[in-house]
Unconditional design. Structure first.
Length: 343
């Protein structure tokens, strides 16, 4: 392992500070959670250097970044029971940081190129879990009721499925994000990196939303900035937390499992998102449209849904050759048998 202890030629920590506090949030406009992930990756590498090279944080420089050391860093992560996806995330963050440094100082470009050549770990293609239409209906039915919380939870589940949004996007929704009075109603969802996208709303969902607004905001003159889904805290409405939504899904899932065997053991907000995406894909929506609907930056992310179920394969085969069952097999045709036998 390369453990060079000479003083840094450049102020390594100044680059770290400007990368995390200026470049990521202000130039690339990444969300705080994404920026925090990059910070954790750099911190993990520095911790690795301290534990394996006895290198104090104050002495870390770009001389500590070479192919051999970075590969050993990945092995160090694996020994700490980190999954391959986590290791790849840490490696990507380090490459991004060094690319930024190289753009700032050309003398560091050789460092970036050496680390850029470190390959990502192979990750098995994930199997997408999703709910059948019957299971989804069973879950939606669990939130029905006359109580205030039941009405809120029912609308929450409808919106979560109909929009396919992330749970954080759901709890961030404001009443003003809804546009129900236009010819084609839609909702504006703010996704990762503060990127907004418009999602059309189905007629039944619009009807439910109008009833919901009338019930939860009956006397408000201006409610555009009010949270769409809330709980009362000290007399004031406060947006639901993502944990609260997860609890609602878990409870409804457990109840639905008692009447519908298709319901999974663990129902989560992201499972509902996967379910909506798969239902749209199976209904014939192109992957490029599904990617835009979900707010994916790249269609490569959406390709995980491009898996054919058994009924999709059966329908495709029947469409390709629908009359095959009516044809007489050649080995049962007497004239063909005579010709094959030379008679």
């Amino acid at each position: 392992m390369t453990c060079n202890s000479r003083k840094p030629e450049r102020q390594f920590w100044q680059y770290v500070r400007s990368y995390l506090t200026v470049y990521l949030p202000r130039i690339r406009c990444l969300s705080p959670k994404t920026s925090e992930s990059y910070r954790q990756s750099i911190a993990a590498y520095c911790t690795f250097l301290k534990e394996t090279c006895q290198t104090e944080f104050s002495t870390i420089s770009f001389s500590h970044f070479d192919r051999t050391t970075v590969v050993e860093f990945l092995q160090w992560l694996r020994r700490r029971n980190c999954r391959s996806t986590t290791c790849n995330l840490r490696l990507s963050a380090i490459k991004s940081f060094l690319k930024y440094c190289a753009d700032e100082d050309l003398r560091l470009y050789s460092v970036y190129l050496e680390i850029k050549s470190v390959p990502m770990m192979k990750v098995p293609k994930p199997t997408i879990k999703y709910l059948s239409e019957q299971a989804m209906k069973a879950i939606l039915a669990q939130a029905s009721g006359k109580t205030t919380n039941a009405a809120r939870d029912g609308m929450l589940l409808i919106m979560l499925y109909d929009t396919g949004c992330r749970v954080q996007e759901l709890v961030d929704l404001k009443v003003g994000d809804l546009h129900l009075a236009v010819a084609d109603p839609f909702v504006i969802v703010t996704g990762k990196g503060n990127k907004p996208r418009s999602i059309p709303l189905m007629d039944k969902t619009v009807s439910h939303l109008r009833n919901y607004i009338d019930r939860f905001y009956p006397n408000e003159v201006s409610v555009n900035s009010a949270p769409l889904f809330y709980s009362i805290h000290r007399g004031n409405p406060r947006s639901l937390s993502t944990d609260a939504v997860s609890v609602i899904l878990k409870t409804c899932g457990e109840r639905a499992a008692k009447t519908c065997p298709d319901v999974h053991d663990r129902v989560t907000p992201h499972l509902i998102r996967h379910t909506r995406a798969m239902h749209l894909y199976r209904a014939g929506m192109p992957l490029s449209y599904v990617a835009e609907f979900l707010g994916h930056a790249s269609i490569t992310t959406t390709e995980i849904y491009a898996t054919a179920s058994t009924d999709m394969l059966r329908n495709a085969l029947e469409t390709a050759d629908p009359d095959i069952a009516d044809e007489v097999p050649s080995w049962k045709n007497e004239e063909t048998l005579r010709r094959l036998c030379g008679l």
